[in-house]
Design a protein around this ligand. Structure first.
Ligand code: PLP
Length: 391
C-alpha cells in the first residue's frame, strides 16, 4: 500500500514496525492509494483500507473490534462520545412522524435529546417506567419505531423489565436499543437476549481512566449497521484516533477493574446498609433493593460498581458530607479507576423539578457512588469517617 510519490512526505516508517506489542497510534486524516481503481475497491469493500478518517481509521477499528468481542457483536462503530452513539441511533432509525419510547430514567442528555431535539424534527416520543411491563405495552403506538432503554437506571439503580421490553418489541414490531454503559458486557450482553442495537459510553467503565471521550454502537442487522455508518460520517460524529488509542489501553484492564470495583461496591453497599447515619442504601445486590430478584435473573452476580445512598438532612448536610469525605473524589461522572461520589440533585437531576426528584427518592441527602478499584477497607473507613463527622 506504500505510495512513495512525494518528496515532501517520503515514507520513513521502519519496516517491521507491525510487530510492535503496543497498538500504534495513527492520527493521519488522509489515506492515499495508487490510483482511482484502488480507491474504488476500498469504498466498495473489495479491499481493506481507509480513505479519510471521518469515515473510519485504524484506531477506531481496533478498539471497536475489542468491544465487539466483549458484546458478541460484529462491525461495531466508534463515535466521538456516548451521546454521539445515542444520537446516531435515533437519527438513523427515526424520521418525521415516527414515535420513539424512552425509559423515564435514561441518562439526562438522552432524555433531553428525546424530549427537546427530536420533536423539532417531527419525531413523537413517550417516556415510560421501564420496570412496568404494562406501562411499556400501553405506550406503544402504530408508528412506534424504537425503544431506548438502560438496564440499570441512574441513579436509582432500578432494573428495567428487559424480558417485557423484548416481548412487546417483538409482538409490536419495533427496535430495542440498549444503552449498556452501566451494566457493561461483563454484567449483561444485550444481543444474547433480543436487543437490536447496543450502545456504550466508552468514556465511562470501558475506557476507565477519564481521559477519553468516546461512544460505541453496534447493530445486529447489517442494514442498520450501514445506516448508522452513514449517519455517523455525514453528521461528523467521528471518534478521535488519540481517544481510541488511549481507551484501548484502558479496555485491556477492564475485566480486572470491573471485578475489583464490583466486589468493592458489594462490600461498600453492605457497610452503608448497616450504617446508622444512612437512611437508605441502594444496590441491586442488596435483598432490600426493589428489583433484587430481577437483578439476579438478568445480571447473575454481576451487580456492578454503582451504589447509591441517602442521609438525612438538606443541602447543608450534603455539603458537609462531601467536604468531610477525604480520599474519595466528588464529581459528576462514573466509571473511573478511582471512586467518585456525585450528588444527583445538583448534577444529573438538577433540571428535574423538586417534587419529581422526591418521587424518585433523590433528596438533597442522596448520593451516588461510582466505586473504583481502591482497597475495600480503605473505602469503608473513608465513608465511615465522613458519616461519623455528621452532626
Ligand atoms: C455518560 C453516559 C452517556 C453519555 O456518554 P458521553 O460519553 O458522556 O457522551 C450515555 N449514557 C449513559 C448511561 C452514561 O452514563
Amino acid at each position: 500500500m506504500t505510495t512513495d510519490k512525494s518528496a515532501l512526505r517520503p515514507k520513513t516508517w521502519p519496516e517491521g514496525s507491525d510487530s510492535a506489542l503496543g497498538t500504534p497510534l495513527q492520527p493521519s486524516v488522509v489515506y492515499t492509494t495508487q490510483d482511482a481503481d484502488a480507491l474504488d475497491a476500498i469504498y466498495e469493500g473489495r479491499a481493506d483500507g481507509f480513505t479519510y478518517s471521518r469515515e473510519g481509521h485504524p484506531n477506531a477499528r481496533s478498539l471497536a473490534a475489542r468491544i465487539d468481542a466483549l458484546e458478541g457483536a460484529e462491525g461495531g462503530i466508534m463515535t466521538g462520545s456516548g451521546m454521539g452513539a445515542i444520537s446516531a441511533v435515533l437519527l438513523s432509525q427515526l424520521s418525521a412522524d415516527d414515535h420513539v419510547i424512552g425509559s423515564d430514567q435514561l441518562y439526562g442528555r438522552s432524555l433531553r435529546l428525546i424530549t427537546q431535539e427530536l420533536p423539532r424534527m417531527g419525531v413523537e416520543y413517550s417516556l415510560v417506567d421501564a420496570t412496568d411491563a404494562g406501562a411499556i405495552e400501553a405506550a406503544v403506538k402504530g408508528n412506534t419505531k424504537l425503544m431506548l432503554v438502560e438496564v440499570v437506571a441512574n441513579p436509582t439503580l432500578r432494573i428495567a423489565d428487559m424480558e417485557a421490553v423484548y416481548r412487546v418489541a417483538r409482538n409490536r414490531g419495533f427496535l430495542v436499543a440498549v444503552d449498556n454503559t452501566f451494566t457493561t458486557p461483563l454484567g449483561y450482553r444485550p444481543f444474547e437476549h433480543g436487543a437490536d442495537i447496543v450502545i456504550h459510553s466508552v468514556t465511562k467503565l470501558l475506557g476507565g481512566h477519564s481521559d477519553a471521550m468516546l461512544g460505541y454502537v453496534a447493530a445486529r442487522d447489517e442494514r442498520h449497521r450501514a445506516e448508522l455508518d452513514g449517519v455517523i460520517a455525514s453528521f461528523g460524529q467521528t471518534a478521535s484516533p488519540y481517544d481510541c488509542w488511549t481507551a484501548e489501553k484502558g479496555l485491556l484492564t477492564f475485566p480486572l477493574r470491573y471485578a475489583q470495583a464490583s466486589a468493592n461496591a458489594a462490600k461498600l453497599a453492605r457497610f452503608l446498609d448497616e450504617s446508622p447515619k444512612v437512611v437508605r442504601a441502594v444496590y441491586p445486590g442488596l435483598p432490600s433493593h426493589p428489583d433484587h430478584n430481577r437483578a439476579g435473573a438478568l445480571l447473575g452476580e454481576n451487580f456492578g460498581n454503582m451504589v447509591s445512598f441517602a442521609i438525612e438532612g438538606g443541602r447543608e448536610t450534603a455539603n458537609q458530607f462531601a467536604r468531610a469525605l477525604s480520599g474519595v473524589h466528588f464529581g459528576p461522572t462514573l466509571g473511573d479507576v478511582a471512586t467518585v461520589v456525585s450528588h444527583s440533585a445538583s448534577s444529573s437531576h438538577r433540571a428535574v423539578p423538586e417534587d419529581e426528584r422526591q418521587k424518585l427518592g433523590i433528596t438533597q441527602g442522596f448520593f451516588r457512588i461510582s466505586v473504583g478499584i481502591e482497597d475495600a477497607d480503605f473505602l469503608s473507613a473513608r465513608f465511615d469517617a465522613a458519616l461519623s463527622a455528621l452532626k
